[in-house]
Design a protein around this ligand. Structure first.
Ligand SMILES: [Fe+2]
Length: 296
């Protein structure tokens, strides 16, 4: 009996969710799907306990039929490119520049509008373009079977792909009036592994200042070791510790600070701490730390 109740409860919930979904997808009210949905709602609302087997079977059949109809409808619409039932996958060569989550001048005086504009519109865009180009060329290679340039395009894929993904994290890792300290489980994890927030900050600062040439300082969560770590990445991808998830990243390429700070990378790194968006880092950490491999 309780299994039957559970089933009816699930169908009730499903019915409600489907109605909300059809509404959110602007499915025309004259569409057959709505008529079927309405009949389904009528059936559900008319249920009186206890259900006999015949009624239960009727509901089951109706649910299955409606499910198939919904699927057909949305598969057809998806083919036309008007709707995505699941979050869309980025097709090969189809990456795009994410908008900045704040105005170009929002991080002043720590990072000037001029730098932000150049960094986002020119540099980040060029990584997006480079990544798209590499993906398309590799797609072509897969189709033709000619992989003679795979080494070159794989390098481009890593360079521009890392550039695109890291910058996408970087913009959200910052905010106007940021800074301070993180809180909650991220703070606890920092203190547990690095000893204290101050020790972490000092190591991250030194790691950023001492990146060989151009690159990044990166705070990562290791799903394997189940602890945080600070890494340096030369360029975008050299020395990268794969199988880690970037949480907090700091761009120390010249284009990120040179116009304003000239050769004073240390000054830029020091000031950068005033615009860290710890809420964003916390959210990334909460999500990323759910991922735990078997430790070795
Ligand atoms: Fe950059």
């Amino acid at each position: 009996m309780s299994k039957m109740n559970d089933y009816i409860h699930d169908v009730f919930k499903w019915n409600k969710e489907l109605r909300a979904f059809l509404e959110s997808e602007n499915v025309d009210e004259n569409n057959e799907l709505w008529q079927k949905m309405n009949r389904m709602t009528d059936i559900m609302e008319g249920i009186q306990n206890p259900l006999d087997n015949h009624e239960l079977l009727e509901i089951q059949n109706y649910v299955e039929e409606l499910h198939a109809d919904m699927e057909n409808y949305f598969v057809k619409r998806q083919e036309l490119g008007s709707v995505y039932v699941n979050p869309p996958q980025v097709a090969a060569g189809n990456h795009s520049l994410p908008p900045l989550p704040y105005a170009y001048n929002a991080l002043e005086p720590y990072i000037s509008e001029e730098i932000m504009r150049l960094h986002h519109e020119k540099h980040h865009q060029s990584y997006v373009d480079g990544l798209n180009k590499a993906e398309k060329e590799l797609n072509k290679a897969r189709k033709s079977g000619d992989f003679s340039l795979v080494k070159h395009w794989s390098r481009e894929l890593a360079f521009h792909g890392s550039g695109h993904y890291l910058h996408t994290i970087f913009w959200n890792n910052m905010m106007p009036k940021g800074g301070g300290k993180p809180s909650g489980s991220l703070l606890k994890a920092i203190e547990k592994y690095f000893g204290s927030f101050e020790a972490f900050k000092k190591q991250f600062t030194e790691a950023a200042k001492q990146v060989e040439g151009v690159g990044w300082a990166v705070l990562v969560w290791s799903p394997r070791a189940h602890h945080l770590e600070i890494l340096q990445s030369e360029r975008h991808m050299l020395l990268t510790q794969w199988d880690t998830i970037p949480l907090l990243v700091l761009d120390v390429w010249e284009h990120a600070y040179y116009l304003q700070y000239k050769t004073d990378r240390a000054g830029y790194v020091k000031n950068w701490w005033n615009i860290v968006n710890w809420k964003d880092v916390e959210q990334r950490f909460m999500k990323a730390s759910e991922l735990k491999w078997k430790p070795f």
